[in-house]
Design a protein around this ligand. Sequence first.
Ligand SMILES: Nc1ncnc2c1ncn2[C@@H]1O[C@H](COP(=O)(O)OP(=O)(O)OP(=O)(O)O)[C@@H](O)[C@H]1O
Ligand SMILES: [Mg+2]
Length: 217
Amino acid sequence: MIHVHEVCKEFGPVKALDRVSLRIEAGERVALVGTNGSGKTTLLRALVGLTRVTGRITIGGHEVAREPEKALSLLAYIPQVSPALDAPVQVVAETIASLRNVSVDAIQAHAESLGLPYREVASSRFRDLSGGMRQKFLAALALAAEAPILVADEPTASLDAPSREAFFRAVSARGASSTFVLCSHRAEEVERLVTRVVELREGRIVRDERVAGTGAP
Ligand SMILES: Nc1ncnc2c1ncn2[C@@H]1O[C@H](COP(=O)(O)OP(=O)(O)OP(=O)(O)O)[C@@H](O)[C@H]1O
Ligand SMILES: [Mg+2]
C-alpha cells in the first residue's frame, strides 16, 4: 500500500531522513516512534506530499511526487501542527466536505463524538479554537474522509482523557483493511492502536518490529 524507497531529506547540515526504506501493507497499523527531532514528522510530511525528498514514495502504486492527486486520494492526514486558518470552522468543514466528497454532517458527527461542540464553534475562526479543539476538528475532518489510509502525527497530544478514548474508538472502528500510520510519544497510544512499531533515530530506521498490541482498545 505504502512503499518508501531510499528516501533522503536534508535541512542544511541536518540529515532529517537518511536512506529510509519501508513497506506498509493494506490493513497494517504502524507507529513511528523516536526522540524529538528523529525524523518522524518529516517522514509523514514526505508521505503526504508536503515535503520534497529524494528517493521514491508510492501509495497504492502511484508515486506521490508524480501523481499526487491519485496517490493522495487514498489518504487522510492529521498534522502535528495546525495551520493558522482565518476561515470559520463551518467554512473549513464545507470546503473539505466538497473536496473529499463527504457531507458536513459526517464531519460534524465525528467532531461531536470527539467532544467538540460543533454548533457552538461553527462560526469561530479556526485559528481561535483552543489547541485541543483544533486537534479534534482536524481529526474529525480526516476521519470523515473515510480514506483507506489514515496518517496521524501526534493526534492526541492536546486531547483530554475522554477525547483521547473517543479518538481510540474512532480509529478502531475503521475497517480491518484500513491502514493507519501514527507518530507518537505516548506509550498508551502505541500499545492500543498499532501492531507494528518503527523507530527512527537521526533519520534512520533502527527498529522495525511487530508488537503484541491488539491494534484495538
Ligand atoms: N522545515 C525545516 N527546516 C529546518 N530543519 C527542519 C525542518 N523540519 C524539520 N527539520 C529538522 O529535521 C529534523 C527532524 O525533524 P522532525 O520534525 O521530523 O522530527 P520529529 O521526529 O517529528 O520530532 P518531534 O518528536 O519533536 O515531533 C530535526 O533536526 C529538525 O530540526
Ligand atoms: Mg514530529
